[in-house]
Structure formats: C-alpha cells, structure tokens
Design a protein around this ligand. Structure first.
Ligand code: 3HC
Length: 701
C-alpha cells in the first residue's frame, strides 16, 4: 500500500483500489503500490481472492506517458503484470471507464476480467508510435486469437465491453454496481474452484493462423501503416507470440518496444498527444469561466461547407436552422446532408429510423426573424467582406442578447466583421475545414473583443462535437491558411524553374503528406486560390511577382480548375481521381518560363522538400512571435488536423525542432542569397534567427 493504492477486505475477498487521478496512469507509485498490495493480500490468510479496481473516472488508462523520457524505475510494468498473473489467489480486474494500454495489460495479467457495460478496453499504443510493452502482444493473441488481437493492436481503437465479451477479452459484463457484482463473480469462482487462468500458459497453435496471413494483413493495412515505424513491429511481436514460447516472446516484445520508444515517430506522436490536450488550455480561461447555452444553432449559407458544419451539431442532437437566400439553395444544401448521412445508413453505421430522427433536426428557413431564439449562429457564406458585414448587421438586429455570432471566414478580418454589430464581444471565428463533418480541426478565431465567456463556450462546444479546437488571433489566413501560402507559392515557382508536378507531389507524399501540393490544388479547385490572388491584387496586398500563382492562373483561364473540370495541372479521366501528367501543361509551363527568362533546371528532391516545408515553418515562427498562436504546439495541431501534416513528424514546429532551428535558419538564408529576396519570401522570422543563435528549440519557448 502507498498513497495511491489501497487495500481492504470484504470477507474472503481482498480489494486493491487504485486512486491516482486523473486517469490512474501507471506511474512508479501506482506500480509499486500494486505490487505491495498484492503481497499484503497474498500474506493475509483470510483473503482467498483479489479484486483489482480503480477509483475515479476510469480504470488504469495506461503507462504514465510523462515517465517515458525518464530513467526506468523498478518495479517495471511487465514485472507488475507478471506478479498479478503469478498470484496463487485468483485476481479479478473490475473495469470501468477505459482500460487502455498498460491498463488493459494489467487486466490481462489478472485471471479474470469483469467490465461495466459502459467500459471500453484497448491497446492504443500504436497511436503513440509504440507497441504494447507489458505483454499485450503476447497475452491478447493467446486470449482472443491472432487475428482479433492484431486488428485490435493495429487499430489502437478501444472496444466496448459487450463486444469485448463477445471476442473473449472480457469474461463478464455488469450493468449496475461494478464492485459488488465483481465480488459476487469472484465469490462464485471460489465456490466453483475455478482454475487460475494464466494467459502465459496458453500455447497458440500456429495452424490457427491462415497461410500468408501477415503478408495479406500488411497489404490490407498498407495505407494506414505508410511512414509509421510501430506497425511493422506490432506484426513481428504478434508473430513472436505464435512462434516463440512465452518468455522468449516477452523478450522480443521488450526489444521491439524499446526500439519504438526511442524512435523519432514515437517522440513526435507523444508530443502530439500532449499538444492536443494543451491546445484546450487558453490564456485567460479558467474552470470558473461562465459558459453560455448552445442548445440551438443556425447556419447561414447552406452550401457544402454550411451543410457539413450543420451535420456536426445535428449528429449530437442539436437542432440546426438552415438559412439561405431561397428554398432552392437550402434544398441543395439539404441534399448534401441527406446523401452524407445516407452513406452512413448504407454502411450500416446508422439505422433508417436514426436517419429520420437526424433529418428532423434540420429546420429550413429563409427568414432571419426565425433566429430570434437561437443560441449560436454560424455564418458560412463565400469569402466576401461586404456580404458578411451585411449578414452580421442583420443578425445583430434579430438575435437575442447573449447569442454567439460566429463567422466561418478562412481569411477575412474578424474584427472588421465584429465592428458592424453592437456586440463585438459575442463575435468569434469558427473556421471549419472541408469536409466539415469529417475534418477534426476547428480554428477558433479570437477577435480583439471576443469575450472569455464566448471563447470558453466555443472551446467546450468543439470538444462536444468531436473537434480539436485551436485558438488563433486575427490575421490574414489565421494560423493554417497563412502558413499554407508559402508552401503553395514555392510549389508553383518550382514548376516554372523546371520541377515536374509529379516530382513535387511525390516528394511531399513521401514526406508523409496525404497528397502533394499540386494534387491538393487540383482537388480543392485551383480557381479558389486564383480568386483569392485576384482579390488581393485588387486590394494591393499581393506581392508584385508575376510568377506567383502564374501556372494556376493560366490554367484557370483555360477552364482547367482541377478535378471538378476534368483537368487542372493534371488531367483526369471521366469518373477517376487518378492524376495523369499532361504534356500540354508542361509546354505551357516551359513557354511561360521562357517568356519570363527563367532557365529551367533539375531540382533535387531535397530542394523541393525544404522549399515547401521551411517557408511554412518560418511563417509559423512569425505567427508565434506575433502572438497569433499561443504556443508552437498549437500550430502543430492545426497542421496535423487541418492539412494532413504527418502526425509521426509531430507537426511543422516539432519537425523544425527535430531538424534543428539553426539548420533551418541557415537554409533559409542560403535560399535568400541564391533565389533572391525581392518579395521578402526568404526573410527569416526573427524568432527563428534567435532560436538559431541561442541554440534553442520551439519546445523550449
Ligand atoms: N499518462 C499520463 N497522463 C495521461 C495519460 C497517460 N497514459 N492519459 C491521460 N493523461 C492525462 C492527460 O494528459 C490529461 O492531463 P491534463 O489534464 O494535465 O491535460 C489528463 O490525463 C486527462 O486526459 P484527457 O484530457 O485525455 O481526458 P479524457 O477524459 O478526454 O480521456 C483517456 C481520457 C481516454 C484515458 C485519454 O486520456 C487517453 O486516451 N489517454 C491515453 C491512453 C493511452 O494512450 N494509453 C497507453 C499508454 S502507452 C502504454 O500503456 C505502454 C504500455 O504498453 C507499456
């Protein structure tokens, strides 16, 4: 016993209770406490069996991730699990909340597992770039078979108690009082002289694994595994469970776990885990910041974006007014919503009845007066300041006091929008990413006058609808799109300098992006960027650089707007998304380069990568310096969840730390000298220069 693990007895049953908030992670104190409590129960002659249970919101949620960088301290987790398994008195795990990672491995070391009906079990280590390291890869296949175990470990997703029971991972599911029912279950085991079920004693029949199973598994999971380090090691560890005896399998698991633990991928993914949680902590907000109701929502603009946004709320049972200029426009938006939800029905994710209930939550209207009682209004019309101002003026007139007025603008000045209302404190930016019902990122734009109450409310709301909310200050493009500019610009310039579109896309794809910048432009529609450039040229805020966006602008003028028109930079066959390089575009690029006096050359993959990624990091440093982002890790979360930056690289700022800010600074200076800096493209961020000279990292800020 110690300060986080407690023992008591109820008759012949000893109870070990772990109470280490917030999630009973397996810190040294918890591990040590379990071993000591087990010894106490073992020595107590009156105790015949043991129940292991947790206090608070959950069963053990895993190893203590914060201890991963520290020197290991005995007892190590595999030893704790082994001690439970070796107990001569039956040990039963009583699971509520989530038994995850090392927590589930502890449960697997117990002889039986009882779970509350709402509980979940899982091995999410893969999401941290790890493999289960306390016997999970050896015991789970012995318990539920190789195929089920490999699926579960590779996906990292937790499984609900009932399903876990069907798979054999849990022995009994209880509806009410977990402790009482587990004690009853354990009592019955004693009465029936049930054997101690030690998973380490089970030998897996190699014949139970289908021929070529691992190769087929690799093939089926190739997309998910791309670029990741842990998955291949998970397969090896599970294979060891079949091909080796338990002790050797455990040794193999340990070696592979340690390899993963020190891999840059795992370091990056652990950074992402904590970064995501930090993003929720916003300057000025406390637990006591009052929250407003968000029981009803309205969407102004029911296009693809508005429809996607609305689905987030309806899916959580929140009614949504769908407002547009006429019934036809609303109907177009509703058709998108219907077809998206219908896909869920067809895939068996929801029933027809659930579909009908969901659809009833949408309230179409063309009348702003209907919004008088709504708690939150989100404007999602196209990017035009005059139109948005007009909408906010009307909202100011009809909405009740205290209603939150949000804009989904991706670039425009939120303060200017807020200024047309009599309540700028209630105005906030909610920048969703397309497709809005799927993408996890929600950039929350904090205007100069946005109140803390409003900010706290929308942060909470983001979590409720399953988004990760990141706060951004006001600037052109906010965090994400502002950084995107340099990335896209350089890709376009390199086309003129001689890089082929497919080379640029391959380099960024191999870096881990879901697709390269050129293919992404074709997917999103290159006319979108062309319009933004045109608007900025008109306003005089665009660099006077003819090369910037030139190829895209020429293609748009030819009616080649991307996939939607069958051609952009690439060509697309009818009904296919496969990008086909187009000689016609190559000729156009060569002609334009010649006209501008750019002599085309071979560009190395390294140059392509650094010219796309380093401007992005440089802009991130400026954003940080200006206080637009609260912390470097917030920028990482934006880029991972909004733009597909590979999570195993930890986001652009973590990647910068990995490469070294000094090295990036030097390369930016080299590009300034070799490529020229007439338009300020290679002006190093002062913060980057400072980190380089202090030999510090973004994580040190
Ligand atoms: N170690 C250390 N801290 C942890 C932790 C862990 N395993 N899990 C959660 N925390 C911390 C969070 O950082 C957060 O701290 P904060 O309040 O200071 O920000 C706090 O606990 C609460 O976490 P959440 O905000 O995530 O709370 P939720 O209720 O939303 O979610 C949860 C709870 C589902 C348990 C979620 O925290 C989670 O998924 N945790 C990670 C689980 C995991 O990955 N386990 C495997 C660890 S690796 C392992 O076990 C290796 C082994 O095989 C050897």
């Amino acid at each position: 016993m110690n300060e986080v693990v407690f023992s008591k007895a109820e008759g012949r049953i000893g109870i070990i209770e772990i109470n280490s908030p917030p999630v009973n992670a397996l810190s040294h104190a918890v591990r040590d406490g379990i071993v000591r409590a087990l010894q106490t129960a073992r020595n107590d002659k009156d105790v015949e069996a043991i129940v292991l249970i947790c206090a608070g919101r959950t069963f053990i949620a895993g190893a203590d991730i914060r201890e991963f960088g520290l020197p290991p301290k005995a007892p190590h987790l595999p030893e704790v699990v082994a001690a439970l398994e070796a107990s001569p008195k039956p040990v039963v795990a009583a699971i509520h909340g989530t038994a995850l990672g090392g927590g589930f491995e502890i449960a697997l070391g117990c002889h039986y597992r009882v779970a509350g009906v709402a509980a979940k079990v899982g091995l999410p280590e893969v999401k941290l770039g790890l493999i289960p390291g306390a016997g999970g890869t050896q015991r789970l296949p012995r318990l539920i078979g190789v195929e089920g175990a490999l699926q579960m470990i590779m996906s990292g997703n937790p499984i609900a108690a009932k399903k876990a029971a069907e798979m054999g991972a849990v022995d009994h599911v209880v509806l009410d009082d977990l402790l009482k029912e587990t004690i009853d279950f354990t009592g019955k085991l004693l009465d029936e002289c049930a054997p101690l079920r030690r998973l380490c004693d089970i030998q897996i029949d190699p014949g139970s694994v289908p021929e070529n199973y691992y190769d087929e598994f690799r093939l089926a999971n190739a997309r998910r595994m791309r670029g990741y380090f842990a998955p291949e090691r998970i397969i090896s560890a599970v294979q060891a469970a079949v091909e080796m005896n338990f002790e050797d399998g455990m040794r193999r698991e340990r070696e592979l776990f340690i390899e993963c633990l020190h891999s840059p991928e795992s370091i990056a993914l652990r950074h992402v885990f904590f970064a995501e949680r930090k993003a929720g902590k916003v300057d000025g907000l406390t637990k006591d910041t009052p929250l407003r109701d968000t029981k009803s929502v309205a969407l102004i603009g029911t296009g693809t974006m508005g429809g996607g946004i609305a689905m987030n709320f309806a899916s959580k049972g929140i009614p949504v007014h769908m407002v547009d200029v006429d019934d036809a426009a609303i109907e177009r938006g509703m058709a998108v919503v219907r077809s998206n939800y219908m896909r869920g029905v067809k895939k068996g994710r929801m029933s027809e009845a659930q579909f009908d209930t969901l659809m009833q939550l949408f309230i179409p209207t063309t009348n702003y007066e209907d919004l008088a009682g709504v708690d939150l209004v989100i404007e999602a019309v196209f990017e035009n300041m005059a139109v948005k101002k007009d909408i906010f003026r009307r909202l100011d007139q009809v909405c009740k006091p205290g209603a939150i007025l949000a804009s989904n603008t991706s670039t425009l000045d939120l303060n200017e929008i807020a200024a047309v209302t009599s309540r700028p404190q209630d105005v906030v930016g909610l920048h969703f990413f397309s497709p809005a019902n799927i993408m996890r990122l929600l950039e929350i734009v904090r205007g100069a006058e946005t109140s803390l109450e409003v900010l706290a409310t929308v942060m909470g709301l983001a979590k409720k609808i399953g988004k990760v909310g990141v706060v951004s200050g006001v600037c052109h493009g906010f965090i994400g799109n502002r950084m995107l500019e340099g990335y896209i610009r350089e890709a376009g310039l390199m086309l003129l300098e001689g890089a082929k579109p497919e080379q640029i896309d391959r380099v960024l794809y191999e870096f881990g992006m879901p697709m390269g910048p050129i293919a992404m432009g074709d997917l999103a529609g290159i006319d979108v960027g062309a319009k933004v450039r045109e608007e900025r040229r008109r306003k005089g805020t665009f660099p006077a650089d003819e090369r910037f966006g030139l190829v895209a602008d020429k293609l748009v003028a030819m009616g080649r707007c991307g996939q939607k028109t069958g051609a952009g930079v690439y060509r697309y066959e009818e009904g296919s998304r496969a990008a086909i390089p187009d000689p016609e575009v190559q000729t156009l690029i060569q002609n334009e380069a010649a006209r501008l006096g750019i002599s085309q050359r071979h560009l190395s993959d390294e140059e392509i990568l650094t010219r796309c990624i380093y401007p992005l990091i440089n802009e991130g440093a400026k954003i940080l310096d200006e206080g637009i982002a609260q912390r470097a890790s917030d920028i990482d979360i934006v880029w991972i969840n909004g733009y597909g930056f590979p999570p195993y690289r930890g986001g652009p700022m973590h990647y910068a730390d990995h490469v070294g800010p000094g090295k990036i600074y030097e390369q930016i200076c080299r590009y300034r000298d070799t490529l020229g800096n007439e338009f300020g493209y290679w002006e190093s961020a002062p913060l980057l220069e400072k980190l380089a000279s202090d030999r510090r990292k973004f994580a040190d800020l």
